[in-house]
Design a protein around this ligand. Structure first.
Ligand SMILES: [Zn+2]
Ligand SMILES: [Zn+2]
Length: 938
């Protein structure tokens, strides 16, 4: 049978009709012949004819037929054969059984395979290997490994086929140790010396861990095939060593190996990563020489390569010269245009594509839509694409409709979104969800809820995504009832509560001030994952309960491994509470877990900032200096840190080092630098910075920058300059700008200016009681008591609440919090006793209570009493009796420190010989030996 296959087929197909004999030998030999030709389709066809004639295949041919079924994924056919032979002797033939195992594995029916395998009584090596390879091929790596152990227990020795499967299983499992053991086994049994497959598998295995080891192994291989070369080239590519991949390819060609399709694709990819146009052209020539150029995959890869190394012309040439173009090729060309922002060309190409009768796919639309996203006129372009899509009447395509819907939703263009939504004929749950999410995100709660109701009327069943979108709109207490009814809906309709939905429900209850319900929901959820924990911690942070966030974190780490999001959330709790000890613990924890969290610059920056904001600028400096590379956030955090601690010169030094380092400052850098100047009274330097920001760095000043300059001038007593500066602003000043000036009025007792500024301020912020308090501070200091009481009446009439002043201190990881006149602390008596003795001591050395800081009009004696129980003083006294030794006493206050308490801290620091560190809402005060780092400049 040496004739050509087509000739044979025709002849043989006629044969049975002419001679309806039972000559099954002949049939079988035909099948064997097709097996040699690897023509699986023909095998199945012949077998069907055999069946029709009632002729059975024998045990040598059945496996061949089953193998063809496996390759063609002909599940029904294979199962039919299995059924037919169930009552025959074939079912006990190990060759047939093995073929069945192999067939089921190839079709992904691993349980069926295992059933057949378990029924085999006389298992040989081939049979074991079929099952092992089946497990590994279906991604059941652990089962594969277990089966090899079982096989060894039954005294069947693994061969090279087993070993190749095992190595790839350990590779997928990331198990270096076990892989090495297998390597040892190969060496002992000499597999490595003669079998290219084993060597190749090991190269692939080691390349997952260390490309150098893989390359050493590759060099030691005695026998290599194309697949081995491909494995090593791929290893270099994955490791990002494109040059080496190309060098190896050169050697491969020199060694006389003929590269295959896979090699070619990888080499093109390497070229595109190296970015050399010349190399790219050489590879292109090779592709032509080796005859790959008619393959659309290769053409597509070359086209992308030219696009990446900037030869768009060559890409276009290749595109035009391709004899046939599939949708992938059109998409690649569109993508190249979209990437360089040449939207007109992209649109023209798209239209041409349609004219040539090629129907776009989802990727086409996604490319076009995403290319509009960053453009200012993106919405307009999106609309014109939408128009085009409409014209082409592919609106019925749900996927495209949903893509458009998503684009409008992302751009918060609700009306357009509704338009698309109405046009999509068979809208599905994704369409509804997209629209509901867009409405909820834009605060259109009513519409979102209405749509939720309509959706059910249209018989579209909401899924967990729907609920997550809709429940996000219930974000304050007044929506609690709606939130509850949605929760009921979930339970009633049996919607699967996955971790994300459970987190969304929990968050809803937290936001609606139902902490207990939220906590119950969280605790009783059995499948808590990382997201559940992170989301609950974030809820605590968001709802100003940082202490609970920390407690929850400690519990969390006993159950799941935290990720970056967790650490950054918990870190923000530490920062908020000025909880330095806890921040340090977290730092140590992160360093210990370094390998799993990895070095992450954003994490390092978060720690840097935490230390600065918790008072330990030395630790910030240490982290900063150890950073292997710094980004603009690192520099900003360092400059900001120096500024908060009143170390203006260091801040300026850091700023100039940043420039020397070649780092480009951004708007935030200047906010930090300007406020550093302001905190340290560096007026000329600050003004110069502001000029330089505009002139040299072309940064348009924003409100925050103007606020800093007003603060800078105001603190330095240049009030009229500050006033003028505000009038010269090209944008309308906001409340924070005016407040900066009002604060300056307080320091310099400018009652007249204060009144005008205050009027501006309450126009912008009519309900902020803090502004009234600030002005009444100024009047009180000037002794204008009638004005003070007028203000107090205004506050009461408008029903405004002044935020209560609160100071806290952390002792042995417990937060002790105090308000003015607080007697709720268990050690209250001791605290007041300590405070009394402190006061009498410092009075002896010159401290005079500054009654101007009492806002109430009352007898001096009462005022003194009130002044002496300010929250800062209580916290200092408690700090002195509870934290022994010479460590600094670290206190935080939610508002600005009061002037009398500031004076008190200075005296106490000298009296007891200890540093007091106080962080108020705007900066740090370090009190040492009777002086404050702010130089009374705050
Ligand atoms: Zn005070
Ligand atoms: Zn100070």
């Amino acid at each position: 049978m040496e004739a050509s296959p087509t000739l044979n087929l025709q002849k043989l197909a006629l044969l049975p009709k002419q001679t309806p004999t039972q000559d099954f030998k002949r049939w079988n030999s035909i099948i064997k012949h097709h097996t040699k030709l690897k023509d699986d389709q023909a095998i199945l066809k012949i077998y069907t004819q055999m069946e029709a004639q009632g002729i059975y295949a024998d045990s040598t041919v059945l496996p061949l037929v089953l193998k063809a079924c496996g390759k063609l994924q002909a599940i029904e056919k294979g199962k039919k054969i299995h059924n037919e032979i169930r009552d025959t002797d074939f079912v006990n033939d190990v060759r047939v059984q093995t073929a069945l195992v192999d067939f089921y594995c190839k079709c992904g029916l691993i349980d069926d395979a295992r059933n057949v395998f378990d029924g085999i009584t006389e298992r040989d090596l081939v049979c074991w290997n079929a099952m092992v390879c089946g497990f590994v091929g279906c991604g059941c790596y652990e089962e594969g490994v277990r089966l090899v152990r079982e096989m060894e227990r039954e005294k069947v020795r693994p061969n090279s086929v087993t070993v190749v499967a095992l190595v790839s299983a350990f590779g997928e499992l990331g198990d270096l140790m076990c892989g090495k053991e297998v390597h040892g086994y190969c060496l002992r049994n000499g597999f490595f010396d003669w079998n290219a497959h084993v060597g190749t598998a090991l190269v692939g295995f080691y390349s997952r861990f260390n490309v150098k080891v893989a390359s050493d192994l590759f060099e030691m291989m005695d026998s290599r095939n194309v697949v081995s070369w491909n494995a090593m080239i791929s290893a270099y590519l994955d490791a990002g060593e494109s040059w080496r991949a190309l060098e190896l390819f050169e050697r491969m060609v020199m060694d006389g190996f003929r590269c295959d399709f896979v090699t070619m694709l990888m080499v093109i990819q390497a070229c595109s990563e190296v970015g050399s146009r010349e190399l790219g052209m050489q590879v292109h020539q090779l592709a032509i020489k080796y005859g790959f150029i008619n393959d659309l995959f290769i053409v597509n890869a070359l086209l992308n390569m030219y696009g990446k190394n900037g030869s768009l012309g060559s890409s276009l040439e290749l595109f035009e010269s391709a004899p046939t173009k599939d949708i992938a090729l059109w998409n690649s060309m569109l993508c190249l245009y979209a990437e360089i922002g040449s939207l007109e060309k992209a649109m023209a190409l798209f239209i041409r594509m349609r004219l040539e009768g090629i129907l776009e796919d989802e990727r086409t639309i996604a490319i076009l839509l995403s290319s509009f996203e960053d453009l200012d006129n993106g919405l307009r372009n999106g609309r014109s694409l939408h128009g085009h899509v409409l014209k082409s009447a592919i609106e019925n395509n749900k996927c495209i409709g949903n893509a458009l819907l998503g684009m409008y939703a992302k751009r918060n263009s609700i009306q357009d979104a509704f338009q698309v939504f109405d046009d999509v004929e068979d809208s599905d749950v994704v369409s509804w969800n997209t629209l509901i999410l867009a409405l909820a995100r834009n605060g259109l709660r009513g519409e979102a809820w209405e749509l939720f109701g309509m959706m059910q009327q249209c018989n579209i069943n909401p899924n967990s995504h729907t609920i997550i979108s809709i429940i996000a709109a219930c974000d304050e207490e007044s929506f609690l009832n709606i939130g509850r009814s949605i929760h009921c809906y979930v339970i009633k309709h049996d919607i699967e509560i996955n971790p994300s939905l459970n987190s969304a429900l929990t968050e809803m209850y937290m936001n609606c001030n139902k902490e207990l319900t939220a906590l119950n929901l969280f605790e009783s959820f059995p499948d808590k994952d990382l997201i559940s924990w992170n989301s609950f911690i974030a809820s605590y942070v968001k709802n100003n309960q940082p202490h609970k966030a920390l407690l929850l974190f400690r519990r969390m780490i006993t159950q799941v491994v935290p990720n970056l999001v967790t650490i950054i959330n918990v870190l923000s709790s530490c920062t908020y509470m000025v909880n330095l000890p806890e921040g340090k613990c977290l730092h140590a924890y992160t360093i210990r877990r370094n390998s799993s969290l990895g070095f992450d610059l954003s994490l390092a920056n978060a720690f840097l900032s935490m230390y600065a904001r918790c008072g330990s600028i030395q630790n910030s400096e240490r982290i900063f200096n150890d950073l292997p590379r710094k980004n603009v956030v690192s520099w900003n955090a360092m400059i900001d840190g120096y500024g908060m601690h009143g170390r203006g010169y260091e801040a300026m030094l850091a700023f100039s080092e940043m420039l020397e380092d070649g780092m480009e400052p951004n708007g935030i850098t200047f906010v930090s630098a300007l406020s550093a100047c302001s905190h340290s009274g560096l007026v000329p330097k600050g003004l110069q910075l502001f000029d330089s920001m505009v002139q040299d760095f072309c940064i348009t000043p924003e409100l925050a920058h103007y606020g800093c300059v007003v603060d800078l001038l105001g603190r330095a007593g240049c009030l009229s300059e500050a006033r003028e500066f505000i009038s010269s602003m090209p944008i309308p000043p906001d409340a924070s700008v005016w407040r900066a000036l009002l604060s300056a009025c307080r320091v310099y007792s400018e009652t007249k200016l204060a009144k005008t500024v205050f009027e501006k301020l309450i126009e912008l912020e009519p309900t902020n009681a803090g502004n009234y308090v600030l002005l009444s501070n100024i009047y009180a200091a000037a002794g204008l008591w009638s004005e003070v009481s007028k203000l107090r009446m205004q506050i009461e009439e408008n029903g405004l609440k002044k935020p209560p002043g609160k100071s806290w201190i952390i002792v042995r990881s417990t937060v002790h919090s105090f308000t003015a006149g607080d007697k709720s602390h268990p050690q209250s008596n001791k605290i007041y006793a300590e405070l009394g003795s402190l006061l009498s001591c410092i009075k002896n050395v010159g401290y005079v209570p500054d009654l101007r800081w009492v806002l109430h009009e009352e007898e001096d004696e009462e005022k003194i009493k009130r002044l002496f129980s300010h929250s800062e003083k209580l916290a200092v006294a408690f700090g002195l009796i509870s934290a022994s030794g010479g460590t600094p006493i670290s206190i935080a206050k939610n508002l600005r420190v009061c002037g009398d308490c500031h004076e008190f801290c200075k005296y106490v620091s000298k009296l007891v010989g200890r540093e007091i560190v106080l962080r108020d809402c705007s900066r740090f005060h370090h009190f040492v030996n009777g002086h404050c780092s702010c130089k009374d400049y705050w």
